[in-house]
Design a protein around this ligand. Structure first.
Ligand SMILES: [Ca+2]
Ligand SMILES: [Ca+2]
Length: 289
């Protein structure tokens, strides 16, 4: 087992080293390019609950890096504004910002901004800005429930680089009505694509993941082999019942052994009196030795 342990340790160390180099980088929002973050959904007018308990908007990280959002400024063109204190969003992943803890709609927001911002049911804006006030992405709409109360607005499509600037349905055709159901008769897909077509490149599985999986497979095989649950490879025919041995049939064991099936592990003596194979023959068939 020492050799196997050494081999597995080498694989593990190799996998770890590869993981370090293959892991996506962490970048701060202060250095992101426009459209690195895109607003993919907003919900301004929930039904069955107060606006304060149900408003939310969703963003998507279009890059292959994790983005540290600390310092991200979110504001409209009026006086609503807040700055994100601590949040990261994984590559090619969504993050949900909500005015509440999301309990009423059964969602778990990534960030709660409270009363710092409201999504007006009429005209309003949601803008994402870097700490230096450079625009990352912005939605400006003139009708907060263009598709009816209780229906969130979902971005129609998200391309490889994301839109430079996205507008609400009243100012363009970028958004459509959400169809996924939420509690209390609402519709939306917070934290999920919903009907939004996401066609950004996927992240390939790092080679380290494959290597680690292979190492685990090898380890499992070695452990099963050591426990004897994996039999040595047999060169002869598979035996599942009474064994045909030579021209006879092992139906009894004159030496008194109870096993009459001729299973793997039986000794040659089990067949004493029934048939007397020479050991070379047994070794060639790899059955009894
Ligand atoms: Ca509202
Ligand atoms: Ca969504």
């Amino acid at each position: 087992m020492g050799k196997w342990n050494l081999t597995l340790c080498a694989l593990w160390l190799g996998a770890g080293a590869t993981t370090t180099t293959a892991t996506a980088a962490m970048i701060n929002v202060a250095g992101v390019a426009p459209a690195s973050l895109v607003i993919t959904e907003y919900f301004a007018n929930p039904i069955g609950i107060s606006d304060a308990a149900g408003e939310y908007f969703e963003i998507f990280n279009t890059t292959t890096d994790t983005i540290d959002l600390a310092g991200l400024i979110v504001r409209d063109d009026g006086s609503n504004a807040f700055t994100v204190e601590m949040l990261t969003v994984a590559p090619l992943s969504f993050a949900v910002f909500s005015s509440s803890d999301g309990t009423s709609l059964g969602l778990v927001p990534d960030y709660v901004y409270g009363s710092a911002m409201t999504l007006t049911n009429g005209a309003d804006e949601i803008g994402l800005y870097r700490p230096d006030d450079a625009l990352i992405n912005k939605v400006a709409y003139s009708d907060g429930d263009q598709f009816g109360a209780g229906i969130a607005h979902e971005l129609v499509g998200l391309g490889p680089t994301g839109p430079v600037l996205t507008f609400g349905p009243a100012l363009g055709s970028d958004f459509m009505a959400a169809t996924a159901t939420l509690p209390l008769g609402n519709f939306g897909s917070p934290g999920m694509p919903g009907s939004t077509v996401v066609s950004v490149p996927s992240i390939p599985v790092p080679a380290s993941v494959w290597m680690f999986g292979s190492a685990l497979s090898i380890l499992g095989w070695v452990r099963r082999r050591a426990r004897g649950t994996i039999a040595p490879r047999r060169m002869g025919p598979r035996r599942t019942g009474n064994v045909r041995y030579g021209r006879g049939r092992a139906t009894g064991e004159p030496d008194g052994n109870a096993d009459t099936k001729g299973r793997f592990g039986d000794s040659v003596a089990d067949f004493a009196g029934v048939h007397q194979p020479d050991r070379r023959h047994c070794r060639d068939r790899n059955w009894l030795i």
